[in-house]
Design a protein around this ligand. Structure first.
Ligand code: GLU
Length: 563
């Protein structure tokens, strides 16, 4: 009788499970052994989390180390939650982060590989064939319960303090319908979904194995979970079992939020007679907040979004290095000994990733990125920086500065090249491309002299001296002076105004002087840059030109006069 039911429900499904088993054969590697196959399977339900890049990168590295295949599968069966544009975002983030796939989605509607389609929404006929087989064998059944029925059941279980919770065991009302009743209701046009007939019971536990956590004793699944929803599409759990079986996934490496679903997944695999893959659940990236740790949150932390790193312009190899760094604690030592090779060469050990959660550390990320920028040649910086300026960004906090840099750079690539050496040599100040403008507005803001300086306290106290010193500086300035001639003049000015020409003289006899050469240089530096800690001042003045320098010093003098 159940055979008829399967036919009545899926009359058009003619291909069988056996046909699919043949169509998607087991994967064999070049040595004739079972091939490693992993997948990253995002649901396109919103922006991409940096944890997704972390998981994808780990999958990629794991596949590489095991001569395996890495698949990008799009789990878009939850039509209500799917958001257009997310697949493009994933594909383009993979591209930018240089995470290569062997099979799977390559755009919002196309894929490559022999085990596809790789969009779940295009695999409906396959899920139906597998659901049909379960119906045929009596391991699934149609359920006609309405949401009110389910609510009533919930209330009753609560009132009776029932040991069975949910749509399960004796409480799974439609499980007990006879075949005649099922067929009659379907023929009458009653709405239904399809549920698994679970073999578990609420008082059973068993051991499940996770690659990182080892053996976990958990209650078995006893829920008659939905496998095909009212819209005809499969639930995530069911699709996962069918897809990972047919795509011949050997290792399911995913976020640890799915550990609690293991009992459901294992039951689905076992009931369908599928070989179990190895499950490896990765802990999420955590953030330290005071004394406690919490998950990086999409809502609270901008750095939770993968696009954040693209937007502010971290060199993406630095972000990958950083992610590896939080995945395996020996990465840093390896990187020290292997500076010029891609992160993909790291002998990553998935079994050594921490299960207490990798801790997000901005300071570390910045340091890694600064070193990577520090090791780049000027040409590499020009290329990477120009690319960043050209990238279309959705939320662009740096829109104005990016736009003005883009225009300027288009015509002044050579000048930009000259300016790089000013901040690049011997300094590790730039971690991300937005830092270039933000750290050095005095090099790149074309209207810098219109900015109003915020004077340090001692400048205001020494106002008369500062003005006189700056005026003398301008009088004696000669743009053809080299660094030492230029500095010699600053020293002369210091002596003239009774500032010690050598800092140590001032230290020895502070009462004899108003200050030292350090103060005098800082007045000039501040007038030109509105900052006290900058790269070499003479080089910067040579870069910006005499006129620009004079304008700034004059503007500073008049701002001081107006105080
Ligand atoms: N679509 C699921 C997610 O986005 C994938 C879980 C899995 O990898 O099995 O979380």
């Amino acid at each position: 009788m159940s055979r008829d039911l399967a036919e009545v429900i899926f009359p058009e499904i003619t291909k069988t499970v056996a046909d699919y088993e043949e169509e998607y054969p087991r994967r064999i590697d070049v040595q004739g052994k079972p091939q490693c196959c992993v997948r990253f399977a995002p649901s396109p339900t919103g922006f991409l989390h940096i944890g997704a890049i972390y998981t994808a990168l780990i999958n990629r590295l794991f596949a590489d180390q095991n001569n395996g295949v890495f698949i990008l599968r799009i789990e878009d069966t939850d039509q209500k939650r799917s958001i257009t544009g997310t697949v493009e975002e994933i594909v383009s983030a993979f591209d930018l982060f240089n995470i290569k796939i062997d099979e799977g989605a390559i755009s919002s509607d196309s894929c490559m590989g022999e085990y596809g389609p790789y969009f779940q929404s295009k695999r409906k006929h396959i899920y139906e064939a597998f659901a049909k087989e379960l119906l045929r064998r009596g391991d699934a059944y149609p359920c006609f319960c309405s949401s009110e029925d389910l609510e009533q059941l919930r209330q009753r279980q609560m009132n009776e303090k029932s040991p069975v919770i949910g749509y399960a065991e004796a409480d799974a009302a439609c499980r007990h319908l006879t075949s005649e009743e099922q067929l009659a209701r379907i023929e009458r046009g009653d709405e239904y979904i399809i549920r698994l007939r679970s073999r578990g019971s609420h008082d059973q536990t068993r051991v499940f194995t996770d690659g990182l956590r080892g053996e976990l004793e958990m209650p078995v699944n006893n829920q008659d979970i939905v496998i095909i929803k009212a819209d005809g599409l499969p639930t995530y759990h069911f699709a996962h079992s069918v897809d990972d079986h047919l795509m011949r996934t050997s290792h399911v490496i995913r976020a640890d939020e799915w550990v609690s679903s293991l009992p459901i997944h294992v039951e689905l695999f076992e009931i369908q007679g599928f070989e179990l893959p190895e499950f490896i659940h990765l802990s999420p990236i955590m953030k330290q907040e005071g004394n406690s740790r919490r998950k990086l949150s999409k809502r609270l932390d901008p750095e939770a979004r993968a696009s954040y790193y693209i937007e502010v312009g971290y060199p993406l190899p630095a972000v990958k290095d950083y992610l590896m760094n939080i995945a395996n604690s020996n990465f840093e030592d390896w990187r020290r000994d292997n500076q010029d090779v891609p992160v993909e060469s790291f002998p990553f050990d998935i079994y050594k990733t921490s299960i207490s959660g990798a801790l997000f550390d901005f300071y570390k990320l910045e340091n890694i990125a600064k070193k990577i920028v520090g090791n780049m040649t000027e040409d590499e910086i020009i290329t990477a920086y120009s690319e960043w300026l050209q990238t279309d960004l959705d939320t662009d906090e740096n829109r104005n500065s990016r736009e003005s840099m883009r225009q300027w750079l288009a015509e002044h690539t050579k000048d930009f090249g000259r300016s790089i050496s000013i901040w690049h040599e011997g300094r590790l100040d730039v971690a991300k491309w937005s830092d270039v403008y933000e750290n050095y507005p005095y090099l790149y803001d074309r209207s810098f002299s219109e900015r109003m300086p915020v004077f340090p306290e001692d400048f205001i106290e020494q106002k008369t001296d500062v003005i006189a010193i700056l005026e003398t500086y301008l009088e004696s300035y000669d743009h053809s002076d080299d660094n030492s001639a230029w500095f010699g003049k600053v020293r002369e000015i210091a002596t003239k105004f009774n500032y010690a020409a050598k800092p140590k003289d001032y230290k020895k006899n502070p009462d004899l002087y108003k200050g030292s050469i350090v103060h005098v240089s800082s007045y000039v530096r501040f007038a030109v840059t509105h900052a006290l800690n900058t790269p070499d001042l003479h080089s910067m003045i040579q870069f910006m030109g005499e006129e620009e320098m004079r304008q700034r010093v004059e503007a500073t003098i008049s701002a001081l006069r107006d105080l």
